[in-house]
Design a protein around this ligand. Structure first.
Ligand code: ATP
Ligand code: MG
Length: 262
């Protein structure tokens, strides 16, 4: 397994007392696998990503990446957030180079790689534009190029398309699969969207309400490459129905901080 999440629990200390976000979470990702995590709001999905990036230590259990324990931020992990978090005073090209610059001097080869990733995400010609000249979808593409430039073995994505309109979102799904295919990168993709999870993934992990844990795992045995025709496949619909039923059967989530009240 490339990524192993082993019996991980996470409790936040808050002014209202301890808040258990994750409980006994275990799963693994094989190298090159595209796995989505689907779960209700507040079940701990973003917290899980923070643990995997090493920004936050688990309260219990451990996370291993390529066989070594995650104990702090790592260079072999790339992250794409819900909003592109671009620096408004930097050009598109310089935004893509931000992580490279943080690691030292930017080489001409890195600048050329950045241009290539911008081409790959369909932004050729926008290198010297500023973020506020771009649409939301284009800004997200810059975020993807920025993550890819660091050549991460593991790419973490936290609802990267959630803020986009439905049409742009579909286009971005195809864009992401096109960019990802053939890279051999492992992807952990967080989403609220059942169609998105089914369309993109090799496997979908369903988390239950907080404290989050994996309550179901579904293998998406649809052929690749996925195309708009995939959505017409009866198996695509059946997988979506199965996930929807799983969500309907879930209890309503507990309010934050309820552990501290008797
Ligand atoms: N820094 C923090 N301090 C205290 N509690 C937190 C912190 N971050 C998150 N939480 C709590 O942990 C729980 C899980 O939050 P998290 O952001 O991981 O959920 P999520 O599944 O990503 O939700 P969403 O789908 O809405 O993004 C929530 O109850 C939240 O209030
Ligand atoms: Mg979240």
């Amino acid at each position: 397994m490339h990524l192993e999440v082993d019996s991980v629990s996470l409790t936040y200390r808050t002014t209202r007392g301890p808040l258990q976000a994750l409980s006994g979470l275990s799963f693994g990702l094989a190298e090159g696998e595209f796995v989505s995590v689907l779960g209700p709001s507040g079940c701990g999905k973003s917290s899980l990503l923070r643990l995997v990036t090493g920004l936050l230590p688990p309260s219990q259990g451990e996370i291993r990446l390529a066989g070594t324990r995650v104990e702090g931020p790592r260079q072999d992990v790339g992250i794409v957030f819900q909003s592109a978090t671009l620096l408004p005073w930097k050009t598109v090209l310089d935004n893509v180079l931000v992580p490279a610059r943080a690691r030292g001097r930017v080489t001409p080869a890195q600048r050329e790689d950045a241009r290539q990733w911008l081409r790959a995400v369909g932004l050729e010609g926008f290198e010297s534009h500023y973020p506020d000249e771009l649409s939301g979808g284009m800004q997200q593409r810059v975020g993807i190029a920025r993550a890819m430039l660091t050549d991460p073995r593991l790419l973490l994505m936290d609802e990267p398309f959630a803020a986009l309109d439905a049409m742009t979102r579909e286009a971005m799904m195809d864009e992401l699969l096109r960019v990802w295919s053939g890279t051999g990168k492992t992807v952990l993709f967080i989403t609220h969207s059942i169609p998105e999870a089914v369309y993109l993934s090799d496997r979908v992990l369903v988390m239950g309400p907080r404290p989050g844990t994996v309550v179901e795992e579904l293998v998406i045995d649809l052929p690749r490459p996925r195309t708009p025709a995939t959505m017409a496949d009866p198996r695509y619909a059946a997988l979506g129905v199965r996930l929807r039923d799983r969500f309907r059967a879930m209890p309503a989530h507990t309010p934050a901080g309820s552990e501290s009240t008797p």
